[in-house]
Write a protein that binds this ligand. Structure first.
Ligand SMILES: [Zn+2]
Length: 504
């Protein structure tokens, strides 16, 4: 069955026939599922995603405050601490590299303040003094840009690079793809630096480009290996690529103006934390194995205001799953399963899955004893009766056993109609790769992601607790819980499918 969504051109294919054909058995939920209560989820989410939490940005006191609250609630739920020194906290450091405010940009007589006058789009050290050359839209390869500051008008991304229709925040995706393509090409032609002047779409995206690039590079080890910042010009080097406002084209288009671009990077460590707790299993032979429930604590903090609101609450992303984990913890503490249940609220997911990348390499229990990872991200919005399960279709499916249990659990609890489009390798959002299950998948752990998908409030200050569908959030929580219950009591742990390989 297919229906047309009013938003975008995506065709929603409901319940892939291959999945429906399996006619999943319908197991009975245990009595303890009644410990998952809509009123608790609502109370917890109004707290965790309140303005007082200031958007829980990774590496700030706001993330730590939220983590401390989660730990307190985990203790109240009855979990055993699994972190450092008998606490609920696994501490780790992010390496952050940012451009110093001492960086300067000048062309002709004009000085352009970094981020407001021009936005750097990559985080590199540079000291360039050279004349400008206007390169049009960059397509005329006879213009000699070698050793110069190439000024070009931002052009649409090359055809075939990416599909923007049906994508949320299309201006941001457009600008990012255009900047990457033109920056790389002008660097290849020998430019010493690149200034791209925004077109109408790029101008809409200017602030998000500036805010994102201004936060710099984050990594769990060496930022030099992190490609996210765009190292135009190849390894070890990298030339600065700047975005200028659309209205500056007039003053920038004259060639031969003296330009001086000084970008100075600063690196420092700062802390993030994973909150970890365990509900011990009841079977002496199986309790050393764990079904792991996964969420992330952090969101995007305090940013530029939209409609007068500058707090990016992250109620759906990912307060929704974070409070779901607390409810699931209460249920497992009340009625243990044979295997143990491990709960991880990751830090710094929004900065590049850092908390899960760290924990997959430094797990609080042996990684081989984690039999499955059930990760949720955005589980409380959109149509009340549809949801996505990612990791179901090849090449994303790494455990047919685990998928079968999740489908049985859905039949027993949420009874969602599954939207199979978001799990496809062809989906324009690449949604499968954008949450904390991925590092575990890459380390060979059977894993799934539960989601009710993107919406227009995603990564905006409008992702508020008042916009959550609490009845739906409760059913999603039941579904995750029931999957974990089946996994934790199964005679055999879910196997990894032979030949599993992600497409990227
Ligand atoms: Zn998220």
């Amino acid at each position: 069955m297919t229906i047309r969504l009013p938003l975008g051109a995506l065709t929603l294919v409901l319940a892939a026939t291959a999945l429906r054909a399996q006619h999943p058995a319908v197991p009975r939920p245990p009595a303890a599922m009644s410990a998952i209560r809509e009123a608790d989820l609502k109370r917890d989410l109004y707290y965790l995603a309140s303005d007082a939490m200031r958007g829980r940005e990774a590496g700030t006191l706001d993330e730590l405050r939220a983590a401390a609250w989660e730990a307190k609630r985990a203790r109240e739920a009855g979990l055993t601490p699994a972190g450092d020194d008998g606490t609920y906290f696994q501490w780790w450091s992010m390496k952050r590299t940012v451009l110093s405010p001492a960086s300067t940009i000048a062309v002709g007589d004009h000085a352009y303040p970094l981020w407001t006058g021009m936005a750097a789009t990559n985080t590199v050290n540079a000291d360039v003094s050279a004349p400008t050359v206007f390169a049009g839209d960059g397509s005329d390869t006879t213009i000699d840009v070698r050793g110069k500051v190439a000024v070009a008008a931002l052009a649409p991304p090359p055809p075939g690079t990416r599909q923007f229709e049906g994508v949320y925040t299309p201006e941001w995706h457009y600008a990012r793809a255009s900047i990457a393509a033109q920056g790389r090409e002008l660097a290849r032609r020998g430019a010493a630096a690149v200034i791209l002047v925004a077109d109408s779409v790029g101008e809409i995206a200017f602030q998000s480009v500036a805010v994102n690039a201004g936060r710099g590079l984050y990594d769990v080890d060496d930022p030099a290996t992190n490609a996210a910042g765009g190292r135009y010009g190849g390894p070890g080097g990298g030339i600065p690529v700047l975005l200028a406002h659309r209205g500056m084209l007039g003053e920038l288009r004259a060639s031969g103006q003296p330009a001086r671009i000084r970008l100075i990077t600063e690196s420092f460590d700062y802390p993030s934390v994973n909150v970890v707790g365990i509900a011990r299993g009841s079977d002496p032979r199986l309790r050393h194995e764990y079904v792991m429930f996964s969420s992330h604590t952090d969101h995007d903090g305090v940013r530029f205001p939209v409609d007068g609101d500058s707090i990016w609450n992250g109620a759906d992303d990912n307060g929704s799953t974070s409070v779901a984990l607390l409810a699931i913890a209460r249920a497992f503490a009340k009625q243990p399963a044979k295997r143990s249940a491990l709960f991880v609220w990751h830090g710094a997911e929004e900065r590049g899955l850092l908390g899960s990348r760290y924990h997959a390499v430094h797990p609080v229990v042996p990684l081989r004893d984690i039999v499955a990872v059930l990760n949720g991200d955005l589980i409380g919005r959109n149509n009340p009766d549809t949801a996505s399960l990612l990791g179901v279709q090849p090449p994303h499916r790494n455990s047919t056993d685990l998928v079968r249990m999740a489908l049985e659990a859905n039949a027993a609890t949420g009874k969602f109609v599954l939207d199979s489009t978001w799990d496809r390798p062809t989906h324009p959002e690449g949604w499968y790769f954008r949450s904390d299950h991925v590092p575990y998948v890459r380390h060979g752990v059977p894993a799934l992601m539960y989601s009710t998908n993107l919406h227009p409030d995603y990564h905006t200050p409008r992702d508020e607790p008042s916009r959550i569908d609490y009845a739906k959030l409760t059913r999603m929580t039941d579904w995750m819980y029931m999957t974990g219950w089946l996994v934790a009591n199964a005679p055999r742990r879910p196997a990894v499918d032979p030949g599993f390989k992600l497409e990227r």
